[in-house]
Design a protein around this ligand. Structure first.
Ligand code: SAM
Length: 244
């Protein structure tokens, strides 16, 4: 998968050189390219923001540097056939595991990280007229910029790409994964020692009885989802307890 990121803070994306995604990049599974928006601002101060039209607090990102930068990325010889531009925005559709799976099927994603009060609306309109654009929120709260949101999305999408996670089985039963028997939360996990500070690993997990372990885990998933996120429970599993 090819990913381009446009930002005024390229340093944020150094984090993508670490851990599993860093390995995936060095193995050529994900090609991430980070672009400094200020490279497309040509005045002495490399200005990317201006006062809001109509007045008001804060500054708005100017359209010209965005236009030059995005045109360059989309016109590159090695751009994907139909890139999807994602603008992180608290006003966008909410990102979830289902969207991560959907986006993992794309060949070329372009993330445009807003700052200040956001990006001039004409940038969204221009690229929505010319191709595919999505505004995506990572939750109902406001960050200072799109960088952290973009990193969160790249990590969630990247770990679903074939070969990134060593054992794909580990993806199946995770929280929010419909493939694990409904979009339930994951069961609690334990490791050695069998007892720690007087707290024992549930005996069933040490019984060697795979059927009993699977049954216990499924019960835990339902119980935990009911307690923490009742709205996620599929109707068949709620047993009339949904939303209690
Ligand atoms: N004035 C904007 C509003 O009220 O919708 C908020 C702008 S925010 C301070 C600056 C940038 O942070 C946004 O352009 C967006 O890129 C990013 N951002 C903030 N919260 C976000 C969220 N929940 N999800 C995704 N991106 C977010």
């Amino acid at each position: 998968m090819r990913i381009d990121v446009v930002t005024i803070f390229p340093g944020y994306f150094d984090a993508l050189e670490l851990s599993l995604l860093g390995k995936a990049r060095s193995r050529g599974l994900i090609d991430v390219r980070v672009h400094d928006l200020r490279d497309a601002a040509h005045d002495r101060h490399r200005t990317v923001d201006g006062k809001p039209a109509g007045g008001g607090a804060g500054m708005v990102m100017k359209p010209e540097p965005w236009g030059e930068m995005l045109d360059g990325i989309l016109a590159a010889q090695d751009a994907g056939p139909d890139p999807l531009i994602i603008f992180p925005s608290p006003a966008g559709e909410v990102f979830d595991q289902r969207m991560a799976r959907e986006l993992a099927g794309e060949s070329h994603l372009v993330f445009g990280c807003g700052r200040y009060e956001g990006i001039d609306q004409r940038v969204f309109d221009e690229y929505a007229d010319r191709g595919r654009v999505r505004l995506v929120s990572i939750g109902d709260y406001v960050l200072n910029g799109g960088e952290v949101a973009t990193i969160a999305m790249i990590e969630a999408i990247g770990r679903l790409l074939p070969g990134v996670i060593g054992n794909p089985e580990s993806l199946v039963e995770e929280s929010h994964e419909a493939s694990g028997g409904g979009a339930l939360l994951e069961y609690p996990s334990y490791t050695q020692p069998a007892e720690w500070r007087g707290r024992a690993v549930p005996p069933v997990l040490l019984s060697g009885n795979h059927g009993a372990v699977a049954k216990w885990r499924q019960e835990q998933r339902v119980e935990r989802t009911l307690r923490m996120r009742p709205e996620l429970l599929p109707p068949g599993l709620s047993g009339g307890r949904r939303g209690r």
